[in-house]
Design a protein around this ligand. Structure first.
Ligand code: TXA
Ligand code: MG
Length: 330
């Protein structure tokens, strides 16, 4: 685990404009001082991230919302009370102290308080909010362990190792409109959960494609073809149908990612998202399994079974669909 001394030296790196990879409860982040534009620029370079994709600012004290945003919205207090520290990012009109590079020039900023002691101690010790995307190369699989980070971001010297992440997929991102909220990215906190915290606000489904520029169709991709198999097609006949449908599987060894617990005999390798069909456990395991299969030289392609669109299952399917996008749309 991480010592106080390690936190202090990581905080020194942040203060002097450098980068630190650190654990959060969702995925590992690649952090820089959010108020230092030169430091934030290093994140985009290391991640090879396009400059139109805005970063989330991580705070350890609710008071920071005030100085990072333009006007006070009482719904933020209600949401923070219920979900912070935790996997919820709230997009709000930004104040002038937030550099444009953080928000990709947008007038809004995404803010969250992560539920991880190492992350919170790092932010507090650095004395500044920390801008951090997930600590992976742009478009690739998100990291849920320190070794996932080291595999992709070889240029980052300081990686705080807090063990595997407890949620396993990125935070829910929302924006607040006058009367409602819009879910820009699905995560562990669902629409129903949000509705409970701010009962007067309704979810608005209409979202402009420009509302969240980072939400590309292709993302979270392993370096191998990935396909999705609907659970209803899990019979042998169904698989055959799958072969015959437009999505022709490549030659070589396939790995199957099972949620139902079923195996497909023609696949040489099977990974189980959750032994008990538990969606929370599936979310924790998802990126780790994708990393493992990406690294396995005996595997040529991956077929993942769909999961139910309930609770965090929506976020899991969002990740799987994005990981599969480039192979299913050729
Ligand atoms: O769980 C998480 O949110 C992780 C950990 C490290 O905190 N972070 C993360 O960051 O997933 P990243 O950069 O991989 O994804 C952030 C996404 C952006 O791609 C964008 O879609 C959305 O959050 N976002 C950030 N700021 C925004 C803004 N001002 N307006 C709209 N969307 C924004
Ligand atoms: Mg990311």
């Amino acid at each position: 685990m991480v010592s106080k001394k390690q936190i202090e030296s990581a905080a020194e790196i942040i203060k002097s404009g450098g980068l630190v990879a650190f654990p959060t409860e969702t995925v590992y982040g690649l952090g820089a001082d959010a108020l230092n534009p030169n430091a934030v620029a290093k994140i985009f370079i290391e991640k090879e991230r396009p400059s139109f994709d805005p970063l989330i600012i991580h705070i350890s004290n609710i008071k920071d919302v005030e100085r990072l945003t333009k006007e006070h919205d009482h719904r933020v207090d209600l949401l923070a009370k219920m979900f912070w520290p935790g996997p919820l990012t709230i997009v709000l009109p930004k104040s002038d102290i937030v550099p444009d590079i953080v928000t990709s020039g947008l007038p809004t900023v995404g803010i969250r308080m992560p539920n991880n002691k190492i992350a919170l101690d790092l932010i507090t010790t650095a004395g500044s909010p920390i801008a951090a995307p997930s600590a992976n190369k742009f478009g690739r699989i998100s990291p849920t362990t320190a070794s996932h980070v080291k595999k992709q971001l070889t240029g980052v010297e300081c990686v705080l190792d807090g063990g595997p992440c407890q949620v396993g997929i990125e935070s829910t991102v929302i924006s607040l409109n006058r009367d409602g909220f819009v879910i820009l990215r699905e995560g562990a906190i669902t629409s129903d959960n949000l509705q409970e915290a701010i009962p007067q606000s309704k979810e608005e489904k209409t979202k402009s494609p420009l509302a969240s520029p980072g939400l590309l169709q292709s993302h979270y991709s392993p370096e191998k073809p990935l396909f999705i198999l609907e659970t209803k097609d899990m019979s042998t006949a169904g698989l055959l149908e799958y072969h015959l449908s437009n999505k022709k599987l490549p030659k070589g060894n396939g790995a199957f990612i099972s949620f139902s617990g079923k195996k497909i005999p023609s696949f040489s390798h099977t990974e189980y998202l959750s032994k008990n069909r538990d969606l929370k456990e599936a979310a924790i395991n998802l990126f780790s399994i994708l990393h493992k299969l990406e690294d396995n030289l005996n595997i040529d392609y991956i077929v993942a079974e769909s999961v139910p669109l309930e609770g965090i299952g929506r976020a899991i399917m969002d990740k799987l669909n994005k990981a599969a996008h480039r192979y299913n749309n050729k």
